[in-house]
Write a protein that binds this ligand. Structure first.
Ligand code: ADP
Ligand code: MG
Length: 254
């Protein structure tokens, strides 16, 4: 028997008051890959990842992480299971430093449950030490050593996007889902974010990236899913997607 894919989505469906936002979407994500999701505005990309990450409850379908059914579980449970997502709008604590923001992101994952006090203390200390080491490693990965102790509020929008990306990686997730990681970011910073994602990918991270910037997706991803009106219209490598009639039609109306 072959191992199950890292993530399997089967027949995912979500309705909003009579509108079918996601319509029977199925796909699988292999460990160690970067997969892109593109599609026009309102095509169901965000709702799909909301359903996968537990921020919306699907009306039908299944989501399996490493073969375990996580369908409809709350977001914090899914995050603990190893699937973390970022949001289009960056969520940072403005007055906390970059380092503190990263440590804060690890905190919900550090609860060690009910154990004898001396055990709890030792385990907590180990978890905090590990988080501090992880934060330093990620600050170096995103190239923001100079801003390590600076409050997040002084960072540029692109730098905040990098910190949000690092925060998602703090608990060492199995799969990271990024919703529009370069929306509103200037071209130089887009290249920087791209390099950081490639560096993290080389270190073994698995990504699913929802993005409007098609060129960015084409450069980064080995596989791309194309959404149109709530359905996955096609999937393939960048060359196949670029030459697909349905994609041209959805984007250019031809
Ligand atoms: P995308 O991310 O591809 O732009 P969305 O998943 O955000 O698309 O939206 C898909 C459709 O669902 C759109 O028609 C949108 O208006 C609708 N929609 C999304 N979220 C909600 C919601 N919370 N309530 C009602 N309709 C929603
Ligand atoms: Mg969206």
């Amino acid at each position: 028997m072959t191992a199950p894919p890292l993530l399997a989505v089967e027949g995912l469906t979500k309705n909003f008051a009579g509108l079918r936002a996601v319509d029977g979407v199925s796909f699988a994500i292999a460990d160690g890959t970067i997969t892109g999701i593109i599609g026009p505005n309102g095509s169901g990309k965000s709702t799909t990842i909301d359903c996968i990450s537990g921020f919306q409850r699907p009306d039908a379908g299944r989501v399996l992480l490493d073969g375990a059914d996580i369908t409809g579980r709350p977001a914090d449970a899914i995050a603990r299971a190893g699937l973390i997502r970022t949001f289009q709008a960056v969520r940072l604590y403005d007055q906390m430093s970059v380092r503190e923001n990263l440590l804060q992101a690890a905190r919900p994952f550090q609860q060690v449950g009910w154990v004898a006090d001396f055990l709890r203390t030792a385990a907590m200390r180990r978890a905090v030490d590990a988080a501090e080491a992880r934060a330093e490693e990620l600050i170096a990965m995103i190239g923001l050593e100079r801003y390590r102790d600076a409050p997040a509020v002084i960072l540029s929008y692109g730098q905040k996007k990098l910190v949000a990306l690092a925060a998602a990686l703090m608990p060492r997730p199995r799969l990271v889902v990024l919703d529009e990681p370069v929306a509103g970011v200037n071209p130089t910073r887009i290249r920087e974010i791209e390099e950081v994602i490639l560096r993290l990918h080389a270190a073994g991270e698995t990504f699913v990236i929802v993005e409007h910037n098609v060129e960015f997706i084409m450069r980064l991803c080995s596989r791309i899913l194309v959404f149109v009106q709530g359905a996955k219209t096609m999937e393939g490598d960048p060359a196949a997607v670029q030459s697909d009639e349905r994609v041209l039609e959805a984007y250019l109306g031809i």
